[in-house]
Design a protein around this ligand. Structure first.
Ligand code: SF4
Length: 652
């Protein structure tokens, strides 16, 4: 055990039904931190190249970050890693809730699962007591039912990460659920869990935490940051939606970008609306994709329609606030659902993927679809993108006529939408089965002309922020080893205060919005910082709320005395290793975006009219900035030396 970490991980061999503890030395944590970083190091070293993503050799890791559960604000995240069956490459997903802190409290820095069980099982962890239990009775239950059943069988204090029926049926757009609907959604990792017949990981909560190097400094740094959240909400926040709506005609013309604002307003807005804040504005401004990326927000999904999905409309359904562990904001809420039950309120990505993207303006329909996804364990982004593709394919006559059965596929029909989501969740024969593996596979069945409407990068469905609005997000879609995700570059935002010392350290100035040549170097700074930050187990939104002193927290916890350079190098190392993983699998280092997302041809009207991305300049700059071979994605020799990657990469 070291200060700030346990120094041990669990290994579970499902084929043999065995569990063992492995001690890890401190240098591993110094180099890779926790979460994604520790996962990348372990998977690169231990997984054979070419492992079948749905086979016994794939390693599925559940990892809290190095500060997860430590009690500092926003420290509730855990990460899941594996080879992705959706992209064929590096797979990871990040999730809030309460499972991560419970795993941390159990005394492990991660759990790695190999093999395939001969019957459904779940892993039960209560400190030293770790066992595989029969889950035959749980197989077929949805995620909410599974959590409840495991709590009834064990203890009310047990925290559960599980798959629903979508993961059991190996849907490649399925994820892993905790807290009744918070999902580690991306990269199809629910299917990996399903392929192993692992229904759930259940952890009994414990107050124990790894020792801290300097508890007083740790508490002081956390307390001082917490002050930021003690102020009374500003009256301005509740005016924000109306204010923005009135200003929209002006901001459209000015090409204004909404990415951050005065800190107190951002905090208040997150508290009141969560990520739904400003949804209507983002549709109007061209950030939100509309009608499978072929529409223009203010023209094709105008305010009269998007207001039904507005932040104010969403919070009218709130029953109580919901926050992840140690969150001073609680951006979520438990809402009253159209069926009379309760569940998590829809976030921005769900609202838009099941809203403007498919031309639906009925919030009840979004909530019904979101709840089906949460219970089945489906990624709402991927579901929305895949359905939008199907609707366009039907409109253009690309779908075999009998595939949808009696369902009249057309844009914006709420009842059809709900049925489609149900069919995907059940992998129902016909269209449900076609769509359950995501948009790339659906398009591959239809031939070359359908490819233009399949909005993915490297097989993963693009998220709900457009590169034409903020090119930095498109860069992340293309180059990240887990492509298609807005979180890989924090939706393309580079101007946040927390990044400033790292720009200074690297001698780089953040790029202007459409300065394509400078985007690569800019995100050559942002991305390593983000990967290291992720690996601490902190919520990305914290970076939009002031300047969280994460380096102080890390040093007070571990006693390492890291300065910006070491922290940056840890994140750079993690990113380089994620790239090396894909290179070893023979995957290209970056992916061409669909023409619509590149702006080819450019939009003729609207806030992003005339914009065509210079993807080549951005990607070239990124690979140069990170010292990666642009052809293979492997770290260049000088990068290997700088990051001391020789041993793990097998380079003598
Ligand atoms: S801001 Fe939201 S997502 Fe982030 S930790 Fe808080 S509740 Fe969770």
């Amino acid at each position: 055990m070291g200060n700030g970490f346990w120094g041990q991980v669990l290994w579970v061999d499902l084929t043999a039904g065995q569990v063992r503890v492995e001690a890890l030395p401190e240098p591993v944590y110094r180099r890779y931190l926790g979460g994604y970083g520790l996962g990348a190091a372990v998977l690169y070293e231990r997984m054979p190249a070419g492992a079948d993503p749905l086979g016994p050799e794939n390693i599925l890791g559940f990892l809290p970050g190095l500060l997860t559960g430590s009690g500092v604000p926003f420290s509730g995240r855990f990460m899941v890693v594996a080879r992705s069956p959706l992209t064929g490459g590096w797979g990871d997903a990040n999730c809030g809730g309460n499972f991560g802190p419970a795993l941390r409290g159990a005394g492990y820095d991660g759990v790695f699962v190999t093999g395939v069980a001969d019957r459904p099982v779940y892993l039960y962890i209560d400190g030293q007591q770790v066992e595989l239990r029969d889950a035959s009775d749980l197989w077929g239950l949805d995620a909410v039912q599974t959590e409840e059943a495991i709590r009834r069988a064990t203890s009310p204090g047990v925290r559960v990460a599980c798959i629903g029926p979508a993961g059991e049926r190996l849907s490649l757009i399925s994820g892993i659920v905790n807290d009744g609907g918070r999902i580690a959604a991306r990269c199809g990792l629910g299917a990996v869990m399903g392929s192993k017949r692992l229904k759930a990981v259940a952890v009994r909560k414990s107050p124990q935490r790894p020792p801290l190097a300097d508890p007083a400094a740790f508490q002081a740094a956390a307390a001082s940051y917490r002050q930021l959240f003690r102020r009374r909400p500003s009256r301005l926040t509740s005016l924000t939606p109306a204010f923005l709506t009135r200003l929209l005609p002006v901001v459209r013309r000015l090409r204004v970008r909404l990415s951050s604002g005065p800190i107190q307003m951002v905090i208040d807005s997150f508290r009141r609306y969560g990520t739904a804040a400003g949804t209507t504005a983002l549709v109007e401004l061209g950030d939100t994709p509309v009608r499978n990326w072929s529409g223009i927000g203010f023209r094709d999904f105008p305010l009269a329609r998007s207001e039904g999905l507005s932040d104010e409309a969403v919070i009218r359904h709130n029953v109580r606030p919901y926050g992840c562990h140690s969150c001073p904001v609680a951006c979520g809420a438990i809402a009253r659902l159209p069926d009379g039950g309760t569940g998590h309120k829809p976030e921005y990505e769900t609202l838009t993927a099941l809203g403007p993207l498919v031309m639906n303006d009925d919030l009840d329909v979004v909530m019904r679809c979101g709840q089906i996804c949460n219970r089945a364990g489906l990624d709402t982004i991927s579901v929305g993108v895949t359905i939008a593709f199907a609707l366009e394919a039907a409109e253009k006559g690309w779908l075999p006529p009998d595939l949808a059965g009696e369902l009249p596929l057309c844009w914006g029909d709420g009842e059809v939408l709900v049925k489609l989501v149900q069919r995907i969740a059940q992998r129902a024969p016909g269209l449900g089965d076609w769509l359950a593996d995501g948009v790339r596979r659906a398009a591959d069945r239809l031939g070359p002309e359908a490819q233009q409407a399949a909005m993915h990068a490297g097989g993963q469905e693009l998220a709900m922020h457009r590169g034409l609005y903020e090119p930095g997000v498109a860069l992340g879609y293309q180059v990240d080893p887990a492509p298609g995700r807005h979180t890989s570059t924090q939706s393309g935002i580079a101007e946040l205060k927390s990044y400033a010392p790292y720009f200074a350290f690297r001698g780089v100035r953040p790029a202007g919005r459409y300065d394509y040549v400078a985007k690569g170097p800019t995100f050559g700074v942002v991305v390593p910082v983000l990967r290291a930050f992720d690996s601490l187990g902190l919520c990305l939104f914290a970076l939009q709320m002031g300047d969280p002193p994460f380096l102080q927290w890390l040093n007070a916890a571990t006693g390492w005395g890291f300065e910006e350079g070491e922290f940056f190098r840890a994140g750079w190392r993690i990113q380089a290793l994620r790239h090396a993983f894909n290179a070893r699998e023979g995957l290209p280092p970056h992916h061409e975006l669909p023409a619509r997302e590149r702006g080819e041809p450019p939009q003729e009207v609207g806030p992003v009219a005339g914009v065509t991305l210079d993807a080549e300049a951005m990607t070239a700059g990124y690979f140069t900035a990170l010292g990666l071979d642009p052809v293979t994605g492997r770290p260049l020799p000088e990068t290997v030396a700088e990051l001391e990657l020789e041993t793990i990469l097998g380079i003598q």
